[in-house]
Ligand binder design. Structure first.
Ligand code: IPM
Ligand code: MG
Length: 357
């Protein structure tokens, strides 16, 4: 198979972790006889520094022309405490999501048994958890009209959804539920928000097309609580952009660390694969970041964009073997981990490569 992959390392630890996602793709290409070619582009703070624009036209053009994109992370501390900055790294990510029509963000909560004790939650609560989030990614309050009055005493962000936006993500989630345990939970705030009432109405309608899937509706506040109380209760979770953003950070603690969660953004065209973690400037450039989320994002690319299930499995198995052998990065180590087993980004990446069949 011939594929042209665009690497966008982005900011902070994005640079380091993406190196390993890419190396894993190269190794898979060699082992399975695929011709993967790579190009690179800038986005986020890195792109602002170089061009003044968080998503330069050249990056967007390369993205549109590629078969799949592996992205690292976005953001810089400089902007976090400067709410007045007009140009911000995150604008690059939001714009590329919109431009590529990436309306469905899949976030699997993949729990490796070896990491049961890396979570702050009790192992018996976690064991057996397997959740697949479908977060809507190009609508909601993220993309609604923003306003601030002249004397800075009022601001607003418009939360809004079109029926078709709910329909298309709902169908994707129901289709996935069919291939899993046939349970779907749609999360909203229909007791308060009009957008959520539309959301629920549409999901109820689509549910009729999937009588074999057991559908449940839950309010976001309750879902946030149930997720830590009894995560096993969830299988496919379907939710809006903002709720999904918050809920999946919470859910990352089930998997032990933000450094473990990969995501796939899909929709109209080229698929976009990225860890759910941020740029973590506090540890950037120190060989401390966990490369596994980027490596698992590469596995999602192989599976979802290229339909290479066996190759994807080879990657997740290699991650599982690495963990089984006791290797850890700092974020997934605990007090009982031997110091000699705690690796840097590079060493962890090399271990995974060794385990790829
Ligand atoms: C995510 C991130 C982004 C989001 C930020 C960086 C804009 O938190 O992908 O979850 O809010 O979508
Ligand atoms: Mg987030």
């Amino acid at each position: 198979m011939k594929k042209n992959i665009l690497i966008i390392p982005g900011d902070g630890i994005g640079q380091e972790v993406t190196t390993w996602g890419k190396k894993v793709l190269q190794k898979i290409g060699e082992n399975y006889g695929h011709e993967f070619s790579f190009d690179e582009a800038i986005m986020g703070h890195t792109a602002i520094e170089a061009t003044g624009n968080p998503l330069p036209d050249e990056t967007l053009a390369k993205a549109k022309a590629s078969d799949a994109i592996l992205f690292g992370a976005i953001g810089h501390i400089k902007y976090d405490n400067d709410p007045s900055a007009k140009v911000r790294p995150e604008q690059g990510l939001l714009k590329i999501r919109k431009e590529l029509g990436l309306y469905a963000n899949l976030r699997p909560i993949l729990l490796f048994d070896e990491l049961l004790d890396a979570s702050s939650l009790k192992p018996e609560i976690l064991q057996g958890t397997d959740i697949l989030f479908f977060r809507e990614l190009t609508g909601d309050v993220y993309f609604g009209e923003k306003n601030r009055n002249e004397d800075n005493t009022f601001a607003s962000d418009l939360m809004n959804y079109n029926r078709y936006e709910v329909e298309r993500i709902a169908r994707k989630a129901f289709d996935a539920a069919r291939t899993r345990s046939k349970r779907l939970c749609s999360v909203d705030k229909a007791n308060v928000l009009e957008t959520s009432r539309l959301w629920r109405e549409v999901v109820q309608e689509i549910a009729k097309e999937y009588p074999d899937v057991e559908t449940e509706h839950m309010f976001i506040d309750n879902a946030a609580m149930q997720l830590v109380k009894n995560p096993k209760k969830f299988d496919v979770v379907l939710t809006a952009n903002l709720f999904g953003d918050i809920l999946t950070d919470e859910a990352s603690q089930i998997a032990g660390s933000m450094g473990m969660l990969a995501s796939a953004s899909v929709g109209d065209g080229t698929g976009f694969f990225e860890p759910i973690h941020g740029s973590a400037h506090d540890i950037a450039g120190q060989n401390k970041a966990n490369p596994l989320a980027s490596i698992l994002s590469a596995a999602l690319m192989l599976d979802i964009s290229f339909g290479l299930q066996e190759e994807a499995k080879a990657v997740t198995n290699a991650v599982a073997e690495t963990l089984k052998a006791g290797w850890r990065t700092g974020d997934i180590a605990n007090s009982s981990t031997e110091t000699s087993k705690i690796l840097g980004t590079q060493e962890m990446g090399e271990k995974v490569l060794e385990f790829i069949k």
